[in-house]
Write a protein that binds this ligand. Structure first.
Ligand code: UDP
Length: 328
C-alpha cells in the first residue's frame, strides 16, 4: 500500500486510474484544475477514506512541492490534451505540458527518487509513414506553423526530460505513449472521435466524418490502458523505457462510423466534412496510426485487446445511462 499522486486525476484516464489505485489498496491524492477534468468523473469516489482531491494547478510550484513530499509515487497525467483544444490554444499547451513536468521530475528526485509515470502520446510520432510504429522509430513532426504539432512536440520534450532524469539521477521513470484511449467518461468537446460519433448517432445523426474517412486509428479501452500503467509501475525492468500503450487492431474512421451507426440506429447517415471546415485551414491530420505493442507485451505479458464491438457497447451503454440520469 503506498501513497500515489495522480495529476490530472479528474480527467478521463486519470479518474479511471484513481479508481483502480484505490481498489488496489493505495492512498490517492488527485491534483486537477478541472479545466478538462470534471469533478463528475470522481463522483463515485467522493468520501472514499483513502482519497484526497486537491483542486489546483500543476503550474503552482508550492502546491506541487507539498503534494510530492507526501507521495511515494507519481502518475503525471495532467496536460492540455485533444487535437481540437491544442489547435485552439497552443500557448496553453506548451505552458501546461512542459514546465510543470520538469518541476515534478525535480521534486521527485529531491524526494529521494520517487517512481514516476509520465503519460505521453502517440502524437509524438507525428506523420511517420510506417505501417506500425515502434518506440525507437523517428519522430516526424510537422512544421511549427501548424499548431497541431505543439502537442506532440511538448510531450516529446517531456519524454526527453524524463529520460534525462532517469540517466542523470537514476529516477525510476516509466513513459507510456497512449494510442486513442477510449471508454466511459470521455467527452467529445475536445475533438475525440468516438464520443462525438456516439452523441451524433444518439440524436439521429448525421455522423460527421472528417475528410474521406480513410484515416486509420486503433482504439483501446481505458480499463485495459490503466491496467497496463499499473503493471508497468510494478515491473522494475520497465524503468527508463518508453512504451506504446494501445490496441494494434486498425480501423478506418469510416468503418468506425459504420460500427457506431449499426449499434445505435441503422437509419443514421454519414456526412463528410473537409478538415478545413472542422479545424481551420492550417490543420494537418495523421493518416495512419498503429502501434507495435511487442515491447509492452514482452515486459508485462499483455497489451490492450478488447474488441471495438465491446468497447462501443460499453460507451453507448454509459452514454445512454447519462441521458437517463440527466433526464430524471
Ligand atoms: N474525426 C472525425 N470526426 C470527428 C472527430 C474526429 O472524423 O467528429 C477523425 C479525426 O479527423 C481523426 C480521427 O477521427 O482522423 C481520430 O480523431 P481524434 O481527435 O479522436 O484522435 P486523434 O487520433 O486525431 O488524436
Amino acid at each position: 500500500m503506498s501513497r500515489c499522486l495522480v495529476t490530472g486525476g479528474a480527467g478521463f484516464i486519470g479518474s479511471h486510474l484513481t479508481e483502480e489505485l484505490l481498489a488496489a489498496g493505495h492512498h490517492v491524492t488527485v491534483l486537477d484544475n478541472l479545466s478538462t477534468g470534471r469533478s463528475e468523473n470522481l463522483k463515485g469516489l467522493v468520501g472514499h477514506p483513502r482519497l484526497t482531491i486537491c483542486t489546483g494547478s500543476i503550474t503552482d510550484q508550492m502546491l506541487l512541492a507539498e503534494l510530492v513530499r507526501d507521495a511515494d509515487s507519481i502518475y503525471h497525467l495532467a496536460a492540455a490534451v485533444g487535437v481540437k483544444l491544442v489547435a485552439d490554444d497552443p500557448v496553453r499547451t506548451i505552458e501546461t505540458n512542459i514546465y510543470p513536468t520538469e518541476a515534478l521530475l525535480q521534486l521527485a528526485v529531491q524526494g529521494g527518487g520517487k517512481p514516476f509515470f509520465l503519460a505521453s502520446t502517440s502524437e509524438v510520432y507525428g506523420k511517420n509513414p510506417k505501417e506500425q510504429w515502434t518506440e525507437e522509430d523517428d519522430l516526424h513532426l510537422g512544421p511549427t506553423s501548424r499548431p497541431r504539432w505543439a502537442y506532440g512536440c511538448s510531450k516529446a520534450i517531456d519524454e526527453f526530460l524524463a529520460l534525462a532524469y532517469f540517466r542523470k539521477h537514476g529516477l525510476p521513470v516509466v513513459i507510456g505513449r497512449f494510442f486513442n484511449v477510449v471508454g466511459p467518461r470521455q467527452v467529445g468537446h475536445y475533438g475525440m472521435v468516438i464520443p462525438r460519433f456516439v452523441d451524433q448517432a444518439l440524436i439521429g445523426g448525421p455522423v460527421i466524418v472528417y475528410d474521406d474517412g480513410g484515416q486509420v486509428r486503433c482504439f483501446a479501452h481505458v480499463r485495459e490502458v490503466v491496467a497496463s500503467i499499473m503493471s508497468l509501475m510494478r515491473t522494475p525492468s520497465a524503468q527508463g523505457q518508453v512504451f506504446n500503450i494501445g490496441s494494434d487492431k486498425p480501423w478506418s474512421i469510416r468503418q468506425l462510423a459504420e460500427a457506431v451507426i449499426a449499434k445505435v440506429d441503422p437509419a443514421v447517415r454519414i456526412e463528410y466534412l473537409p478538415y478545413s471546415k472542422a479545424y481551420g485551414d492550417d490543420f494537418e491530420d495523421v493518416r495512419r496510426r498503429v502501434p507495435d505493442v511487442s515491447r509492452l507485451k514482452r515486459t508485462i505479458g499483455s497489451a490492450p485487446h478488447l474488441s471495438l464491438d465491446s468497447i462501443l457497447e460499453d460507451i453507448i451503454a454509459w452514454k445512454r445511462s447519462q441521458t437517463t440520469s440527466n433526464a430524471s
